[in-house]
Design a protein around this ligand. Sequence first.
Ligand SMILES: NC(=O)c1ccc[n+]([C@@H]2O[C@H](COP(=O)([O-])OP(=O)(O)OC[C@H]3O[C@@H](n4cnc5c(N)ncnc54)[C@H](OP(=O)(O)O)[C@@H]3O)[C@@H](O)[C@H]2O)c1
Length: 398
Amino acid sequence: MGGDFSQGVEAKMGRKAVAVFGSTGSIGTQALEVIRQEKDRLKAEVLVAYSSVEALLAQAKEFRPRYVGVLNEEAAAKIAREVADYSELVVGGEVFSLVDAADIVLNAVVGFAGLEVTVRAIEADKPLALANKESLIAAGELVNEKLAESKSHILPVDSEHSAIFQCLEGRDWDRESTMLILTASGGPFFRSKKAELDVAGLKEALAHPTWSMGPKITVDSSTLVNKGLEVIEAHFLFAVPMDRIKVVIHPQSIVHSMVEFKDGSTIAQISRPDMRLAISRALLFPERASSPFGSMNWPTDQTLEFFQPDTENFPALDIAIEAGKAEGGAPCWFNAANEVAVAHFLQGEFQWRTIADILSLSMEHYGSSKPSSIEEIYDLDRESRRVTEWLIQKIQQR
Ligand SMILES: NC(=O)c1ccc[n+]([C@@H]2O[C@H](COP(=O)([O-])OP(=O)(O)OC[C@H]3O[C@@H](n4cnc5c(N)ncnc54)[C@H](OP(=O)(O)O)[C@@H]3O)[C@@H](O)[C@H]2O)c1
């Protein structure tokens, strides 16, 4: 339900009013850098975080959004008085109604918790700049059904999907293309020997060579789960069959992804790794940012290497792709199992290789299902988390 937040949308003044869900995270703060640079075209109308209220208050002081949202009610109480000088404070589940106050919604929440933002933005007919891949992995078929009945559309923020979006702009995938090629940096362990991987832990997994990101996606990148999730994301975003999406390791992170066309031509999107480029492409579409993010310095940045993924040392990539191919509830189950395994890994409870072991075991406990509503997606997510927690307990008792 929620209040009526649809009044006073900024578009009237020629600026797009942006609702940033997850404004205190890695994507959220970079989105605010884009908004700062593009202040004649973008306005931070809504800023929402879970509990990082000090950071949120500092953002409110600078950007003066109409609304500030805090999911965690206890945390919200800490800033209630001060934030009132700049913005209206909205607390708890009511924050999701703030999609109504924007011209475009940026979903930069981490994990399955972002599903509510995705669904509410689509139901409110708002363009959705989507960084939160987990909502599409968990509920891709249902999200696409909702999109078909809505005036909303998705603008990808993940750099690989932004790249494909740019390569395909104005082109018809069905008629012209044969293959999507998603690039992966390979993460911190790309050049590691098997013996090093056997003893790798949290510190090593968090040392990403090319991207600075939040902790969950950094771990996902180290296991190549992130790339598996992105294959599923591309499948749902671009309506491309899973077997027409290929992964290649590209350690320089300069080619962000490619589309191969029927005549043998391949179009790639190239830039230095800088998420502000993909964020600005989504927020400003169809226009582009007025000054560059991540531009190349030709011919200095000219080393481009490509490798086959090592699925023996990184088995989680195939586990994710198999879940995507199984369709129905399998990607949702996989996503939840991964979130649970990564949360325990981030607490330092086991070594890096155990993540893939847990994923493999958890998928063995997935039966088959075809969720037909968002409520059934929530039920399946809960069940996967319950089973995966139980498996982790068993592993830890050994
Ligand atoms: N970082 C990147 O470069 C990158 C690149 C491509 C795609 N992505 C995707 O973008 C999303 C965000 O990633 P990130 O790296 O920016 O994550 P992050 O740095 O961990 O930030 C997560 C944000 O989500 C908020 N949040 C956490 N739990 C929440 C909950 N239960 N409900 C609502 N909000 C919650 C956090 O608020 P608090 O600060 O209050 O906890 C924070 O603002 C992920 O889906 C990721 O896969 C990220």
